[in-house]
Write a protein that binds this ligand. Structure first.
Ligand code: DPP
Ligand code: ZN
Length: 873
């Protein structure tokens, strides 16, 4: 397969100004006629005689140029129109079979609903086109279908006409006034009901909002609709950005490879990110729905009005839009929890990616299959990069930069550099070195040491940065890293900060510009030896090493005024002692949990000033993915044993606390999705989980009671998770009861699959294998696959890496089977095998063996080939 390189970019030789599509839908096929106004691009470098369009997996019926037959030649992935004039109308007819399209890209059927997914390169499966984001056209779409089969016909933009046709058919014509790249095209047709609402923009535009779902699901759309209205208001308030069409539509689809898609005026969503009521959706679902509705809505400006020049610039829209949805979530709930959540995710998914064979810059340099680059690096680290600009510029100048970006580039397809230029020009802040964040892969290591000179009342902070080599990038340059710090006095109060050379102290949190392999920062007029609070708010996506004593960390846990840093101190302390225990275990010594840690957790539980979500975050031990990243060689059994030991000790020694937390947070009244109520439920289920650690009779009784009395899905799932881990008769009974109750609700059963796949104890692999054959499982539905196979391979390291390679073999078998019909999903499953270098020699051999078996397979997709082969390199 061919490698596509960023440096090879050239402007398109032709432009397409308008596209008139006629899509006729039938039970067993679809016919598409596309009429395009094409002209040569004056900015093109080359002047080829032929127009070469992208296209695959369809039947070409006819081609005509200015109404006459045109000389053309088709290959499996292109269509060349010979010797074309400078300006012409091209008409192409194709036939496709949406009902056989299991790749879920292009035009496909999700049960009885026709829908499309065109990002990144799906439009070329609908018709031949210049399927690249820098070709922007105005679309008119006429859809026809049998009325009884597809009463609702939708596409982008505004509905301009609809009516009846002969033979029980009908039609609708949609016109999108905004030029857009083909990846934002969408079409939906089928039996759908909708929830309708209105929103008035601040300049007085009346917008009709519609959420389309399967008949019967309308009562589950209220939360999505509220989330949409909040998002629209927030974008006006915070960024001055208004919606620009008369209608905004969301459609929920059951078979969807990703979370959701921001098609202009017609967002298509995975139904799990739309449908919610308290009986079927958890707090986490409510939260995800709010965040993803916001994300896709925000794309209307950051992605649609201003789009990407080429797919290497994907983070231009994704990093920026993730940052915007993170800011939104922070404003809707607790900012501290939101930030902790962002960082947890980054560390669990992106840090391992940055340390593995698929490590790539936020703006990648090459790819074989672009679908493999919708990654944690492009999304989450990309958001961190934009957030760092926000930190360096401050909120006002950042907003000026955004305004300038839209002023300059509205209606254009641009690059990450264009974005950085706008930020730089609007603020006057030099971002030359900062741009390395787009170019260099890998997570920087930051070493910070402090020294206090009592006589001079001076505190000196020495910061060393380094960046390890990553594939294709052996040598790295020093980065520009914003390091946010504070200094605490002996009573835990923030000291005013004055850097050497400054006339007066300014503020208690300062952002230091780290730019060199070593930087030294001197704070003056420091009255006593301070405790440094480092990387406040997680001001940069780095791994921080600082030689702080356990006492200093517990001090920060109790006093730091920055909630992120306060939480982080606990995580660092927890990680340190777990890793010490792993080392002790390996050396055949006992694993000891120091009293200091137990005391610190007890103080956190007793601190009346903290909100419940924060307490729940703070008493949750660092996860295995995060811990693994801190080890030279990942010792799964060691980490698991140590983590369980700490849990056991906390469970025993703080038993009275867990009991009282559990009792005090019982809650009453109907379900509400509010930060307070979510926090209460989280804290209570965290306590339940600690209370269940000993697996005793009392614990089992309590868990059963909690599960059986659950008043909403959040509590049911929490109870089921605990019972599944406890196992035995209670575990089986609860799993059986849950399935019996929810067998008609696939989205709820995903939780059932997921809990079983993530159970760290028992014979999980055997169970997962049985579940693959369960009548409620559907190997063609991405949500089922991610819930079962994905959860096992990515969410259950203890079991995945156990059993002498049986988990690896199972995953490889699933990848190969899935690759035959859905390469995107198959490639996503594969990631855990790529981390083989991080394990012991025995596991390395076993993991590589499976990767080699995959690479050797005939007829492998580009998607899976790229990940598997790069993983072996
Ligand atoms: N562009 C989508 C998103 O919003 C992904 N397909 O992330
Ligand atoms: Zn996005």
């Amino acid at each position: 397969p061919r490698t596509i390189r960023r440096d090879d970019y050239t402007p398109p030789p032709f432009l397409i100004d308008t596209v008139d599509l006629v899509v006729e839908l039938f039970a067993d096929s679809a016919k598409v006629v596309s009429r395009m106004a094409v002209r040569r691009n004056p900015a093109a470098v080359a002047k080829p005689a032929d127009l070469v369009l992208d296209g695959k997996k369809m039947d070409l019926l006819s081609v005509s140029l200015d109404g006459r037959a045109a000389a053309h030649e088709a290959t499996p992935e292109t269509l060349a129109i010979r010797a074309v004039p400078d300006r012409f109308t091209l008409e192409i007819a194709t036939r496709l079979r949406p009902q056989d399209n299991a790749e879920l890209t292009g035009l496909y059927k999700s049960r009885d609903i026709f829908c499309t997914q065109c990002e990144a390169e799906g439009f070329r499966r609908i018709t031949y086109f210049l399927d690249r984001p820098d070709v922007m056209a105005r679309y008119t779409t006429r859809i026809t279908a049998e009325k009884s089969l597809a009463p609702v016909l939708l596409s982008n933009g505004n509905l301009v006409e609809r009516g009846e046709l002969d033979g029980g058919r009908h039609f609708a014509v949609w016109e999108d006034p905004f030029p857009k790249p083909s990846y934002l095209f969408a079409l939906v047709a089928g039996p759908l009901d909708c929830l309708e609402d209105r929103f008035t923009t601040r300049s007085g535009r009346e917008v009709t909002l519609r959420i389309y779902v399967r008949p019967g699901d309308v009562p589950r759309c209220d939360h999505a609709m509220e989330s949409l209205k909040k998002s629209m208001k927030w974008d006006e308030d915070v960024y001055g950005l208004e919606y620009d069409l008369d209608t905004f539509m969301i459609v929920a689809i059951d078979d969807f490879n990703m979370g959701a898609m921001e098609n202009k005026g017609l967002n298509v969503f995975n139904s799990k990110l739309v449908l919610a009521n308290p009986e079927t959706a958890t707090d986490l679902d409510y939260h995800s729905i709010e965040a993803v509705i916001a994300h896709e809505y925000f794309h209307n400006w950051t992605g649609n009005r201003v789009t990407c020049r080429d797919w290497f610039q994907l983070s231009l829209k994704e990093g920026l839009t993730v940052l915007r949805d993170q800011q939104f979530s922070a404003d809707m709930g607790s900012a501290a929890d939101a930030r902790i959540d962002d960082v947890r995710r980054l560390r669990a998914a992106q840090f391992p990616e940055d340390a593995g064979p698929m490590a790539h810059p936020v703006r990648p340099d090459s790819y074989i299959e672009i679908n493999n680059f919708y990654t944690a690096t492009v999304y989450q680290k990309g958001a961190e990069v934009v957030r760092m600009m926000h930190t360096l510029l401050g909120p006002e100048r950042f907003r000026k930069g955004m305004d300038l970006y839209f002023q300059r580039h509205d209606g254009q397809a641009v690059t990450c550099d264009d974005f950085a230029n706008a930020m730089e020009d609007a603020s006057g802040v030099d971002l030359a070195q900062f741009r390395l964040w787009y170019a260099q892969a890998g997570t920087p290591d930051l070493k910070v040491e402090g020294r206090y000179d009592a006589a001079a009342r001076r505190y000196t902070m020495t910061v060393d940065q380094s960046l390890r080599r990553t594939p294709g990038q052996p040598d790295k340059k020093p980065m520009h890293i914003p390091l946010s710090v504070g200094l605490l006095d002996g009573a835990g109060r923030d000291l005013p900060l004055k850097l050497a050379g400054e006339a007066a102290a300014g503020g208690t949190t300062r952002v230091l510009d780290v730019r060199n392999p070593r930087d030294v920062f001197v704070f003056e007029d420091v009255p006593e030896k301070p405790v440094a609070s480092l990387l406040r708010g997680f001001s940069a996506p780095v791994k921080l090493q600082a030689p702080r004593s356990e006492e200093e960390l517990t001090f920060l846990m109790a006093h730091d005024s920055d909630p992120f840093a306060r939480w982080e101190a606990g995580q660092q302390l927890g990680a340190r002692l777990i890793l010490d225990m792993v080392a002790a275990r390996k050396a055949g010594k006992p694993m000891v949990v120091p009293d200091l840690f137990v005391d610190a957790i007890r103080r956190t539980l007793d601190d009346q000033r903290l909100d419940r979500s924060f307490i729940a975050d703070a008493v949750t031990l660092p996860g295995l993915a995060f811990l693994g990243e801190l080890m030279p060689e990942i010792d799964i059994e060691g980490m698991w044993a140590a983590q369980q030991r700490v849990r056991g000790v906390l469970s025993q020694q703080l038993a009275d606390r867990w009991s009282s937390v559990y009792d005090a947070n019982h809650g009453s009244g109907p379900y509400r999705f509010s930060p307070e109520e979510v926090g209460r439920r989280r804290l209570r289920s965290t306590a339940l989980s600690y209370l269940s650690t000993d697996k005793g009779e009392a614990a089992r009784r309590r868990a059963v009671e909690y599960f059986e009395n659950a008043k909403n899905m959040t509590e049911q799932v929490a109870g089921l998770g605990v019972l599944a881990e406890l196992g035995g008769a209670e575990g089986d009974a609860a799993l059986g009861a849950f399935h019996e109750r929810w067998k008609g609700e696939p989205l709820v059963l995903d939780k059932w699959f997921g809990i079983q796949a993530r159970t760290p104890t028992g014979d999980t692999l055997q169970r997962v294998k049985q579940l693959v054959d369960h009548p409620s499982y559907d190997r063609k539905n991405p949500n089922r696959v991610y819930s079962l196979i994905g959860a096992f391979a990515s969410g259950n390291p203890v079991q995945f890496h156990a059993g002498g390679g049986a988990g690896y073999r199972f995953l490889a078998d699933q990848v190969l089977a899935t690759d035959r019909f859905n390469p995107q999903v198959a490639a996503r499953l594969l990631a855990p095998l790529g981390s083989w270098r991080r394990y012991d020699a025995g596991r390395q051999t076993l993991m590589k063996r499976e990767l080699a078996r995959i690479v050797a397979e005939k007829g492998l997709s580009r998607d899976v080939f790229e990940i598997a082969s790069k993983s072996l390199d």
